[in-house]
Design a protein around this ligand. Sequence first.
Ligand code: ATP
Length: 273
Amino acid sequence: MDGNMEHFTQTKSSARADTASAPIKVDCQNIDVYYGDKQAIEDISLQIEDRSVTAFIGPSGCGKSTFLRCINRMNDTIESAKVTGKIFMDGANINDPAIDPVLLRSRVGMVFQKPNPFPKSIYDNIAYGPRIHGLASGKAEMDEVVENSLRKAGLWEEVKDRLLAPGTGLSGGQQQRLCIARAIAVSPEVILMDEPCSALDPIATAKIEELIDELRERYCIVIVTHSMQQAARVSQKTAFFHLGKLIEYGDTERIFTNPEHGRTQDYITGRFG
Ligand SMILES: Nc1ncnc2c1ncn2[C@@H]1O[C@H](COP(=O)(O)OP(=O)(O)OP(=O)(O)O)[C@@H](O)[C@H]1O
């Protein structure tokens, strides 16, 4: 095991500096993904900046979620999926067999399209991960982890008097913030969000977007979204995918005002998708 591998087996590290404008947290190189014989992702290389929001956009079926799932090796859980290429997080190849995927997923949290709280209390939804990973010793410390996570997810004030009530009893937007708090509770460095607002109304969506904007001060965030307005509002970098390929990647402002590729232009102006 080289020095970098230790990040995944023992300690967490801060991002390394890179030659790019901001430190690179996740460096994806030549990623291909197959489901059986069908290729879903073709030779994608992409560098994701730390403490920043990167949006993945593109028409349905272009491979956004598949690529997102490469970053925490969730494709490992799909039997027919095969991933090739390399993804480095802080310099360590996450696809190395020596990497523990469970530990990796605590460093790279995920929030899904549909809020999916556990059928447990609000408190236990948050405490579950820290308990498994031994991140709190004793009740007082766990109480602190729960409160801090709920505060960071902007939910504390709304739930502090009903921590023992079921998480599934919250509104959809609150449930999604609970899922974000659950991801935060194990001190991740990267948070992947797969269309986190698609099941929410505009008010709950606005709250999540505000939260994403606050969270980027501490985390590297990658969000898949079908809403171009949302990508433009919350992200600093945007990657446009089409038919399994990365067509264009760059500053969100430029992608939405002056894209280099015709297909990006066509997609953002609603000519297909
Ligand atoms: N578990 C799976 N088994 C087989 N094929 C899959 C699987 N998941 C995705 N695919 C296929 O891989 C391709 C990319 O799908 P993916 O869900 O990554 O695209 P997407 O851009 O996220 O789509 P959407 O925006 O509709 O969620 C599609 O052709 C899809 O049918």
